[in-house]
Design a protein around this ligand. Sequence first.
Ligand SMILES: [Zn+2]
Ligand SMILES: [Zn+2]
Length: 334
Amino acid sequence: MAPRKKGEKKRKTVEVTETKELQHSDAEPSDGSSREEKMAQKRKIKSKKKYIGAHVSISGGIWKAVESSVAIGGHAFALFLGSQRSWTRPALDTAAAVKFQEACAQHGFDPIHILPHGSYLMNCGSPKEDVFSKSQAMLVDELSRCSALGLSQFNFHPGASIDSTPEKCMEKIAQAINHAHQQTPAVITVLENMSGQGSTIGGQFSELRSIIDRVRDKTRVGVCLDTCHAFAAGYDISPPGGVKNILDEFDHVVGLHYLRAVHLNDSKGKLGCHLDRHEDIGCGQIGITAFREIVNEPRMDNIPLILETPGRPGFEYAEQIELLYSLCEKKKKN
Ligand SMILES: [Zn+2]
Ligand SMILES: [Zn+2]
């Protein structure tokens, strides 16, 4: 998806259970602290709740991602760590990294709710030796950048077998991950499930499991579940109970403890179409029921839930985040 410039929409009420209190906080606080500081405190108070946000742009400086997320009412966010066009990137600017971390702290974003997305150039499963070695080196570079930014996890597409076999491809992906783990400190590599388009690996949960089985340090591997990709790969989350069923299957095949994040996207394509075509929430073939179930699914508490939707006039990220929070059911008091 192409990062879009966000409007300067005023932050909306997003707290799940303390709606009234948050609306009240829209006014400037009287104790001298800024409104944003108050919002940051609210984030910290929130526990076992939903952390919804979007993939935001880093144009103008990596810290801009934080500001954009605040502007759209996000409580989590995703970002690229550099250009999507080049294999080689300029070294991360130390001052920019400090500014990024300060902005995260100021606005109350915990690193576990920030999910950097890997470059689309990488194919860690490529049978071509030059592409594989460049991808392996880029994975190391991406993880190093995460560390420098104080981030704890990194999401990427596993890879594609091209003219090789899925088995060989999964072996290479695991090899690249093991290599990157050796070269870098403790950032968690988060594999994204795919739509199964072409020769891409990771459409089936069993393929993610096979890669994880080959990763030596299991504490440094996880999965990001993309709803559009899952649906396009044939996992029907659209009917009532669909999300629960697919999560049960994920737990059985991969293991729920590996679930680190979710990408919230509706799908332009039909169930099992294998096309990676994201649609705005509730506007595609998946429909709103699945997203209502996700935001009320306790097994998806406390992990980043990231929008990667195209957006349309009047229904951009801010409105989609607001919609998703409005679907959260108030907890009954016993
Ligand atoms: Zn992705
Ligand atoms: Zn995704």
